[in-house]
Design a protein around this ligand. Structure first.
Ligand code: FAD
Ligand code: SF4
Ligand code: SF4
Length: 1001
């Protein structure tokens, strides 16, 4: 932070109640969004209320600083980026203020999904639906006049705005209503800022009205420049119409009253399959008049990717399909909805013979699946191998729909001219086109093509009466072309900006700007993926930041990495994040990111972590930050649950990036005292077991728990497991399980790990019994160590590597003797199959990874090959199954629940309440205890359902959390299986046991 930033931070902290941050690491998280740009802001302000917004704008105006409003940062044109103060509305200002029969009043940080969840309770919703609806804020939607697939039914945001409360460029406030627009004559004499605006804007629009009418694009949507054609009517100025779509350049929206719509009772959707892209475009022309509420077109490239990444799409869409139209009908009459779909299919298949096939969604699953195709496939393009990515910079053109077939041919010619390919997605029903050329941000030749390609492409757009922006706004990508689109009308637009913001405080340079190089001036730096030493730098003399990036990359080249990967691989992993913001979702259907879900702020999101690591690898951040406290605090917001790696459309490996980050910190600063206990868990378990009567008493004693918290950082309120009387390995030795067998047949090396060895020996015993019952030979290696997951998640990499090496040596040898490795702990399975490969780059580690299974998965596979005995007795109970994050990360479904379903009379219910919040040892630590409880509260509450007798899960940490807020026992599926086999009658007592205040069952 420089001196200027220090002053600003101190000043604003004195003026505002909200948060103000100007330190390097924090502001860097706000330097990018879903666009291809990065600009480091001076500072970030999180206003608590409109007074903060007003005070901040006033301060900015007094000190000649720029203000850039920001919602979720999912904008594709870089609209929320800038070198001034970023106002992050998404953190504090996310309240639904008022809810009337047909209107709702919201603060700008409310997400569309949050609003629609609220409205759905009384059968209503807010119709415009950008694909990012889970995370996009209403402020962002209003500022770009967002719309989406359902434009045919609901139009864009503009159509539904009743009134806006705004902060103007001098910090004053104004309320503007659409229903009663202020008449010029009424307010002309007024001296208030809003009266002055009314007078000046009214005069301007009245003067230029004929002129304006002649320059409106002939498109259904238009978001280029300011939308002024219908703002001034009958001597009245409709300010909400003008401000919606103005990208934070005229005023900041602090409250909006929106009209809501009734939810349709029925919806159905179909995929129409075409062997020519042009045929799909021709068919799309017919859909709106036939009653389609949505009509989206996807090209071959998108379909190929969808087929590769999801087996359902592979089955649905034949490989020779060139294009697909997704069409939807909605209404309150089921027969009518079906009829619309049937007629659309009949029309394009039989009558016009344009489509060669059609698929109609037959149930809710397929309905969601079809929509997933439209919404997930574009960000998924970042999964492709190679370094070129579908870059958004000309992605928002809109054309008159009837010109679409010819336009698509012309676009292909433009791309050919520049030797490029692109993906094409289109809301074809209303002529909105998302074309993303494949380019490599680290390739100078590619970057030099951006401007020429955009110019040629936009020429085609204008030729057919289109506009360069229909949905996403101008931002940094399109502002340099606004003047060209509007010609002489641009003067009027510039006047609008001057009247609202004479000193250029609000998002300066966007919409109205005179920098011809803006489109390429602030490109997001990425490092070349395949080269170790060459830092990516776009040779652009206008770009100060590019120079910084290149120089910093060389510094970053000296970084000594802690994991088994090269700097180029780290850089590649970090650049895979396209900033789409999907990981900011708090919706039920996603598990990522448990931490963000509980504490919705940018730094908790996986995106922030990828951005910081990219900044580190390109030198935007000083490499010394890697071992600094600021970055460590953000890395600590990742508890290594792996859910983002699974669910991120671009599969960015955030857990690995954060493991490297934490390891860098530990390598430089050593272990923090609070981590020391968890780093030596195996050691403490061993010694604790020797004095287990004392330890078990201490675990259940409040005073001793207070002491343990002070000494070891172990949260005093956290329930703990009792130590076993003796470790399982000793019992195994007595039973001669610790001797390897040279015999043939199915045989398993049981990797016991800490919990089953030192605490829940019953689990280990029942697992061995179940295996033997099924004719599987069991071997327990006497020298096996813990898996080391607790060290890995804390970044204690050197110790974890040592443990991994010891385990791998003995496990690989066993595999060569014909053993398969099986463990009852999902985290241990994840370590052996995934994490060890990040620590050890050798063939034995790969051999272990390929030959390791989690216990339930192993047994379920036996069942699938008819090798599992089914001589199970009934258990009359209803159990609530929780799928642990690390089990999900293994990507083998829910084998524990599947096995339990084999037990007669046992009812298994999935408790779909998200992450448990434990994440290995995270939830045991004093400083994380409350966070962990809040994250897992959904699960804890669900377990309290009186219909559930018992909880069940494969993970020991999740079990502990599941028993935290209830006395109900949570039992491993293997134990229930052993009970059903008649191998462990003592489990009946466990089913009736009650967890104590500080001890689990
Ligand atoms: C994969 C993907 C798909 C997308 N699909 C669509 C789509 O179908 N339709 C669509 O319309 N968009 C789409 N977008 C773009 C983007 O998601 C939307 O434009 C979204 O509405 C932006 O909202 P946000 O909260 O992320 O705003 P941000 O990106 O944070 O900001 C967007 C603009 O709004 C301004 N702003 C934010 N808050 C305020 C405020 N309170 N007052 C004044 N100005 C403010 C910012 O300054 C900026 O100019 C997509 C983006 C991605 C990554
Ligand atoms: S981490 Fe993934 S989901 Fe999150 S912003 Fe990046 S690409 Fe999108
Ligand atoms: S690994 Fe889990 S906690 Fe970490 S960023 Fe990803 S989803 Fe969030």
């Amino acid at each position: 932070m420089n001196q200027n930033q220090e002053t600003i931070e101190a000043d604003l902290r004195g003026l505002l109640e909200g948060e103000v941050r100007c330190d390097d690491v924090f502001v860097e998280m706000f330097s990018s969004d879903a666009s291809i740009y990065a600009i480091k802001p001076l500072g970030v302000v999180r206003p608590r209320h409109e007074d903060d917004v007003s005070a901040c704008v006033q301060y900015a105006a007094d000190n000649q600083l720029a203000i850039h409003a920001r919602g979720a940062g999912t904008g594709l044109a870089g609209g929320a980026l800038g070198a001034g103060l970023v106002l992050d509305f998404s953190h504090f200002m996310r309240r639904i203020v008022d809810d009337q029969e047909e209107t709702v009043t919201v603060q700008p940080g409310v997400t569309l999904a949050q609003l629609n969840r609220h409205l759905a309770e009384r059968g209503r919703h807010f119709g415009p639906d950008p694909a990012t609806h889970d995370v996009t804020t209403l402020g962002g939607m209003l500022a770009v006049d967002a719309s989406g697939s359902h434009w045919l039914e609901y139009g864009s945001v503009r159509r539904h705005v009743e009134s806006l409360r705004v902060v103007l460029a001098d910090g004053s406030r104004a309320d503007f209503s659409a229903n009663s627009p202020i008449e010029i004559s009424v307010s002309a004499d007024g001296t208030s800022r809003s009266a002055q605006l009314t007078r000046e804007i009214g005069k301007l629009l009245e003067r230029d009205s004929a002129f304006i009418a002649n320059h409106v694009p002939q498109t259904r949507v238009n978001n280029c420049g300011y939308c002024i054609h219908d703002v001034f009517k009958a001597n009245r100025v409709n300010f909400p119409r003008l401000l919606v779509g103005s990208e934070g350049t005229l005023a900041l929206i602090v409250e909006a009253t929106l009209r809501t719509q009734p939810l349709p009772s029925y919806r159905n959707v179909a995929l129409l399959l075409f062997d020519r892209l042009e045929n799909a475009a021709l068919a799309a022309l017919e859909m709106p008049s036939m009653g389609a509420s949505a009509c989206d077109l996807m090209d071959r490239r998108l379909l190929t990717l969808a087929r590769e990444t999801n087996v359902h799409f592979d089955l649905l869409i034949p490989s020779d399909t060139e294009a697909v139209l997704l069409v939807e009908a909605e209404g309150d009459d089921l027969v009518q909805v079906r009829d619309v779909i049937d007629r659309m299919i009949d029309r394009v298949r039989r009558r016009r013979r344009l489509a060669f096939g059609a698929r109609v969604a037959s149930d809710a699953f397929e309905f969601e699946l079809f929509w997933q195709l439209a919404r997930q496939v574009v960000p998924s393009l970042y999964r492709l191998t190679g370094t070129s990515r579908p870059l958004p910079f000309i992605e928002d053109a809109a054309i008159p729909p009837e010109t679409l077939p010819d336009f698509l041919v012309n676009v292909q010619n433009v791309l050919k001219k520049h030797h490029l390919t692109a993906s094409v997605f289109s809301h074809a029903g209303h002529g909105q086109l998302h074309v993303r050329p494949f380019l490599d941000l680290a390739n100078n030749d590619h970057m030099h093509k951006l401007h020429a390609l955009a110019s040629d492409f936009y020429e085609e757009v204008w030729q057919c009466g289109g506009t360069i922006s229909g949905e996403h706004g101008d931002g940094l990508s399109r502002t340099p072309f606004v003047a060209q689109q509007y010609g002489p009308l641009y003067r009027t637009l510039r006047e609008v900006k001057r009247i609202f913001d004479p000193h250029g405080v609000l998002n300066p340079g966007k919409v109205i700007g005179n920098d011809p190089h803006l489109m390429t001036a602030n490109l997001r730096r990425v490092r070349q993926a395949r080269s170790e030493h060459v830092a990516a730098s776009v040779d652009n003399s206008n770009d100060q930041q590019s120079a910084e990036g290149a120089q910093g990359s060389l510094q970053a080249g000296n970084m000594s990495l802690q994991l088994s990967w090269s700097e180029a691989e780290l850089a590649h992993a970090a650049r895979e994040c396209n900033g789409c913001g999907a990981c900011r979702s708090q919706e039920q259907q996603w598990r990522m990111c448990p931490m963000y879900r509980f504490a919705p702020r940018e730094e908790a999101s996986p995106r922030a972590k990828a951005n910081l690591m990219r900044s580190m690898s390109t030198g935007r951040l000083d490499p010394s930050e890697m071992s600094g406290d600021d970055l460590k605090r953000i890395a600590d917001l990742c508890f290594h649950c792996h859910q983002c790696r699974l669910e991120c459309p671009a599969t960015v490996d955030i857990p690995k990036l954060m493991m490297e980050c934490k390891a860098q910190y530990v390598a430089t600063n050593g272990l923090r005292p609070s981590d020391a206990f968890f780093a030596r868990l195996e050691f403490f378990s061993k010694w604790g077991n020797l004095v287990h009567p004392v330890m078990n008493w201490a675990f259940g004693n409040r005073q001793m728990r207070w002491l343990l918290e002070k000494m070891c950082g172990l949260a005093q309120g956290r329930k703990l497991p009792r130590f076993a009387r003796r470790p399982f390995t000793r019992l195994a030795s007595r039973r001669r399980l610790t001797r390897a067998s040279r015999g043939a047949g199915r045989k398993v090396l049981y990797f016991v790990d800490i919990y089953a060895n030192w605490f829940d020996v019953q689990l280990a015993e029942t697992f061995v019994a179940v295996l033997e019952h099924n004719g599987v030979g069991v071997y327990v290696h006497p020298d096996q160590r813990q898996s080391g997951m607790s060290m890995i998640s804390l970044g204690i990499v050197d110790k974890a590597r040592k443990v991994a090496a010891e385990n791998v040596a003995l496990l690989a040898e066993a595999i060569r003797q014909g053993y398969h490795i099986v463990t009852t702990e999902p985290s241990a399975a994840l370590c052996l199959t995934h994490e060890y490969l990040n620590l050890l780059d050798d063939d034995d580690a790969r051999l272990v990874a390929e030959n390791t299974s989690e216990a339930c998965d192993y047994l379920w596979k036996l069942h699938q090959t008819s090798q599992l005995r089914l001589d199970m007795k009934p258990i009359s109970a209803t159990v609530g199954y929780h799928a642990p994050c690390h089990m999900k990360a293994l990507q083998n479904g829910t084998p524990g629940a599947n096995l339990l379903r084999l037990i007669p009379s046992l009812t298994v219910r999935h408790v779909d309440a998200g992450c448990s919040g434990m994440a290995g040892t995270f939830g045991f630590k004093r400083e994380n205890y409350r966070t962990s409880l809040r994250s897992g509260w959904g699960l804890i509450t669900a377990l309290r359902d009186p219909d559930l007798q018992v909880g069940t899960t494969e993970c020991s940490s999740c079990k502990i959390q599941m028993e935290q807020g209830t006395t109900k026992p949570t039992i491993h599926p293997i134990k229930l299986l052993a009970l059903a086999y008649g191998l462990a009658p003592e489990v009946v007592a466990l089913m009736n046991a009650r967890a104590e205040e500080l001890i689990v069952t």
